[in-house]
Design a protein around this ligand. Structure first.
Ligand SMILES: [Zn+2]
Length: 176
């Protein structure tokens, strides 16, 4: 889980005050947008609208959380660089255990103190949101891309191709 790098000013904290909850299932939902992401200095996501529904189960020795994330994220097209709004959704799980002993936090298990009375999900949800981003984001078809950029890219690739078969370069590479 996050180690707090990049956290500066918390404008929107996502907190579940669980101490007053009865054991059993509870539901929470959060809505986050750019205000949430702008509190992190190095956020890849700048603009987004996400709903986070949480099934929150309070047990005697642990808390079990099931997250459902859904919404849209504004990112850049990898092909033309224009802003691109993509629909995203995903599920995540988290188990929170109470302990005096020092466990390592892992991706699925978070350890908090027995004295804690609330659960701060701000950084976890920030990380979950980034997991929603596909590795490649491009306009569905090239026609939707910025045509000026596409034209320029085509010119560039033609140029590169002709350069790579330039006989002078071929001679040079043979000298090596
Ligand atoms: Zn594009």
């Amino acid at each position: 889980m996050g180690n707090g790098v990049g956290m500066k000013k918390k404008k929107q904290k996502l907190i579940i005050p669980f101490i007053s909850l009865k054991e059993g299932l509870h539901q929470f939902d959060f809505k986050i947008n750019e205000t949430f992401f702008q509190q992190f200095d190095y956020s890849i996501i700048q603009h987004a609208n996400l709903n986070i529904d949480i099934d929150f189960e309070k047990k005697q020795t642990m808390l079990k959380l099931d997250f459902k994330l859904e919404g849209s994220i504004l990112t850049d097209c990898d092909r033309c660089g224009d802003p691109l709004n993509i629909d995203v959704s995903g599920d995540e799980k988290l188990i929170v255990k109470f302990g005096k002993e020092k466990y390592e936090d892992t991706d699925e298990i978070k350890i908090i103190s027995e004295n804690d009375y609330e659960l701060d999900l701000t950084e976890i949800i920030y990380e979950f949101a980034h997991l929603l981003l596909p590795s490649k984001t491009i306009h569905e078809s090239e026609n939707q891309c910025n045509q000026e950029v596409i034209e320029r890219l085509k010119e560039l690739s033609i140029k590169e191709q002709t350069e790579s078969i330039d006989p002078r370069w071929e001679k040079l590479s043979k000298l090596k």
